[in-house]
Design a protein around this ligand. Structure first.
Ligand code: 4NP
Length: 167
């Protein structure tokens, strides 16, 4: 079975994108869709390579029953060709990832996470690294809302709609 491959991208891969990954995995699982997707996250920086997500993000996630346990890694050229969707947390990340793309096809895989928001009116997922608990919870609110919209979008643009409707 072909899995639809989504990569979430932020700066350090210890706050926003690992949380997006964990939330997306949980929501896909709850809808019985896990087998149809491959979800991962990466950062532009390698400062935190190998580290678990920031303890503040893990704590805020635990309070909402998430377990954010991926290890930070920097994005690599293969990611850009291998993933179907490159979902960036803010506009500066979009620009940096665009610069790493060598084909128009790859550039077209890039989207902004907040474009999938369904209830909230956020324009970017703000970097919470120098912020407080409220900032981390705000990130989680935005990610939960945008993951809902992203799942709907993926069902439409991948062949999954057809697969699931045929079952
Ligand atoms: P993230 O947050 O991009 O959401 O993982 C950050 C984490 C670390 C740094 C910046 C942002 N840093 O500069 O180390």
């Amino acid at each position: 079975m072909k899995r639809y491959k989504i990569l979430f991208i932020c700066l350090g891969n210890i706050c926003r994108s690992p949380a997006a990954e964990g939330i997306m995995l949980k929501k896909l699982g709850a809808r019985g869709l896990s087998d149809h997707f491959l979800v991962d996250s990466a950062g532009l920086l390698d400062y935190h390579a190998g580290e678990l997500p920031d303890v503040r993000m893990r704590k805020c996630g635990q309070a909402r029953s998430y377990n954010f346990n991926s290890r930070s890694r920097p994005i690599k050229p293969d990611d850009i060709t291998n993933f179907d969707m490159l979902v960036c947390m803010d506009k500066s990340i979009v620009h940096s990832v665009e610069k790493r793309c060598t084909t128009q096809t790859d550039k077209e895989k890039i989207t902004l996470m907040t474009d999938y928001c369904v209830k909230l009116n956020a324009r970017e997922v703000p970097d919470p690294y120098y912020g407080n608990t409220n900032d981390f919870n705000n990130v989680l609110d935005i990610l939960e809302d945008s993951c809902d919209g992203l799942i709907e979008k993926c069902l439409v643009i991948s062949d999954l709609c057809l697969v699931i409707c045929d079952l």
